[in-house]
Design a binder for this molecule. Structure first.
Ligand SMILES: Cc1cc2nc3c(=O)[nH]c(=O)nc-3n(C[C@H](O)[C@H](O)[C@H](O)COP(=O)(O)OP(=O)(O)OC[C@H]3O[C@@H](n4cnc5c(N)ncnc54)[C@H](O)[C@@H]3O)c2cc1C
Ligand code: SF4
Length: 340
């Protein structure tokens, strides 16, 4: 049985208190929301904070507010609360669907949206217990000096694996970060860096307080995920897609891949292939073809690299067909199609 190492725990009641404690405690501390990522990582000794700062008792982080501009979702809101919110399901059905694809109902009742955005990157050589990793002399990401996936690589290639991220980027979501030096807002897209170790651009002491989405204003999103087990599994390829149509034509499109690099991958050429055209089988085929190039998975998750890359076109096409047919309409898990 894997046990948690000893650590000190604080339970602040306000954002100000939380960031002050984090600043005082320094680099050997960490925030925890639901703990469904951090605590397993601590048990495996992948992360070893000596001081853990709990966010679950801060009411300001558990608020969801709808206003004329859109919605603000507190970072410590449970995934299940976002997934099952009536207005989220109506206005952002692709997001509700993506969240419904995260792990299991039990974990969605523990895990939070903020924790999902900041999920550690994953790799077959890293997501193992301490003894397993010790047996291979560890790796670059923690305690070692070589990458077992690409021994010549100077950087870690662990994979971005959070289900909410590609669709939030497709929907042009923004994140609010707070630290003792103030608050700043940035596009969720800019939160990530293509490095399996330093995978966030956020400073370690910054607290993610909210995720903001503008009113849909004609935008519609969908999410598709490749995984081995239908019941639960991390994505090894995922697609967040959003389009805004004017009449019959696509006025704007945003397409994002997850699970193929250390950061989400924006598919700008595929987006261009859709712009100004009807969302039909021809434009979808062109966009799917343009998506294949930027999809460069490496051999550190489930399934073969060649197959994951080949699936990219099919999953991009499936996500776009969802938008063509309204397949991920109002409501959570949506209809899975058999034709991918
Ligand atoms: C069996 C299992 C299956 C899973 N399957 C999936 C899956 O299919 N898809 C998926 O996306 N995830 C999956 N997960 C991962 C996890 O459950 C989710 O990503 C969840 O959303 C994490 O949220 P949390 O609140 O528990 O995060 P935590 O574990 O509390 O935190 C995660 C990280 O974010 C930091 N953090 C959390 N909140 C903040 C904040 N507000 N500000 C700054 N830093 C913060 C923590 O320090 C930590 O580094 C799975 C986990 C398990 C155990
Ligand atoms: S990609 Fe390489 S360095 Fe990164 S976790 Fe995997 S084996 Fe380790």
């Amino acid at each position: 049985m894997m046990r948690l190492p000893k650590f000190r725990y604080s339970a602040p009641r306000t954002v100000r208190e939380a960031v002050a404690i984090r600043a005082d405690a320094g680099p050997e501390s960490a925030f925890v929301a639901g703990g469904t990522d951090l605590y397993p990582n601590m048990k495996r000794r992948q992360q070893a904070p000596k001081h853990v700062i709990g966010l679950s008792r801060i009411p300001a982080l558990r608020r969801m507010r709808f206003g004329p501009e859109g919605v603000s979702i507190g970072s410590a809101i449970l995934l299940s609360a976002v997934e099952n919110n009536r207005r989220i399901r109506r206005d952002y059905p692709g997001l509700a669907h993506a969240i419904g694809e995260i792990s299991t109902p039990l974990l969605r009742n523990m895990g939070t949206l903020g924790g999902n955005l900041l999920l550690d990157t994953r790799c077959n050589y890293y997501d193992q217990n301490y003894e397993w990793r010790q047996a291979i002399h560890f790796c670059l990401k923690k305690d070692g000096d070589v990458c077992w996936v690409a021994p010549g690589s100077p950087k870690c290639l662990a994979v971005q694996s959070a289900d909410s991220v590609p669709i939030l980027i497709a929907l042009n979501a923004r994140a609010v970060l707070v630290s003792p030096s103030g608050s700043r807002e940035m596009a969720v897209e800019d939160l990530y860096s293509n490095d399996g170790i330093a995978y966030l651009t956020k400073r370690p002491e910054e607290l993610l307080t909210e995720i903001r989405l503008a009113k849909p204003d004609g935008w519609r999103g969908s999410y598709r995920k490749l995984r081995r087990r239908g019941a639960f599994d991390f994505p090894v390829l995922s697609v967040g897609a959003a389009v805004r149509r004017e009449g019959d034509h696509v006025a704007e499109a945003r397409l994002v891949l997850g699970g193929v690099a250390s950061a989400p991958v924006r598919l700008t050429r595929a987006e261009e292939a859709l712009r100004g055209r009807p969302l039909d089988s021809s434009s979808i085929a062109d966009a799917a073809e343009a998506a294949a190039g930027p999809s460069r998975p490496v051999d550190n998750t489930d399934f073969s690299v060649v197959w994951r890359k080949a699936m990219t076109q099919k999953f991009v096409a499936a996500a776009l067909r969802d938008l063509q047919t309204g397949g991920q309409g109002e409501g959570g898990r949506g209809e899975e199609r058999e034709d991918i």
